[in-house]
Design a protein around this ligand. Structure first.
Ligand code: AMP
Length: 220
């Protein structure tokens, strides 16, 4: 299956993507994670992306699209992938459509995670992520680690992302509404969108998502 996950920052895309990708046996491809890996490795790409990310803005399309398509061309993504954070505007969505069509492929579903704005701000302000694996996500109140600052899954250090500050979150939400939300209409025209509520326990949302993917999207 080829799936795109959309939803505002803090909807739980990364957390859900990790579970869904495992359930569906496809790789989880997160452009945010790819950028962060480049930043921590000190690559040119990382240097180019950092200032945009820190401000809560989108990294320019040219750089982003090339990086995402390159990752999708890796052998592990041959039979499908779960895209998390890409595409993030209509231009990127059209570039993805074009690249897939050129290979005789298509998306199967666009899973839209819905969550209200107050909840998003609460989730992000308390979010703590493991330095070893960004799918190990905790929340200081909602899902605290057993030992503060230490990942329950692997013992890694938990930290707050630079772009999770309240001010940057506001910019990221605005970017989401103005630039990313229009891709939902773009994909709705293709009959691909399935919308679920992202509220509730992680496992409940995963169950809801799996059921929605079975019923919705292109296969329905
Ligand atoms: P995420 O981890 O998905 O929340 O992404 C973190 C940041 O990486 C975003 O706020 C953007 O600055 C950048 N980023 C990730 N994916 C994209 C994309 N598809 N297009 C442009 N910038 C992106």
């Amino acid at each position: 299956m080829r799936i795109v996950l959309v939803g505002p920052p803090g909807a739980g895309k990364g957390t859900q993507a990790a579970y869904l990708a495992k359930n569906l046996s496809i790789p989880h491809i997160s452009t945010g994670d790819l950028f962060r890996a480049n930043i921590s490795q000190g690559t040119d790409l990382g240097r180019q992306a950092k200032s945009f990310m820190d401000a809560g803005n989108l990294v320019p399309d040219e750089v982003t699209i090339a990086m995402a398509l390159d990752r999708m061309a890796q052998p592990d993504a041959e039979n499908g992938f779960l895209l998390d954070g890409f595409p993030r505007n209509v231009f990127q969505a059209e570039a993805l459509d074009k690249a897939l069509t050129a290979d005789g492929l298509h998306l199967d579903a666009v899973l839209d995670l819905e969550v209200d704005e107050d909840e998003v701000v609460k989730r992000i302000a308390g979010r703590r992520v493991c330095r070893n694996d960004s799918s190990h996500v905790f929340h200081v109140t909602y899902s605290p680690p057993k030992k503060p600052g230490v990942c329950d899954d692997c013992g890694g250090e938990l930290y707050q992302r630079d772009d999770d500050s309240e001010e940057t979150v506001r910019t990221r939400l605005e970017v989401y509404h103005t630039q990313t939300e229009p891709i939902i209409d773009h994909y709705r025209e293709q009959g691909l969108v399935v919308t679920i509520s992202a509220l509730g326990k992680v496992a409940e949302v995963t169950k809801r998502a799996m059921a929605a993917l079975e019923e919705g999207g292109r296969a329905a």
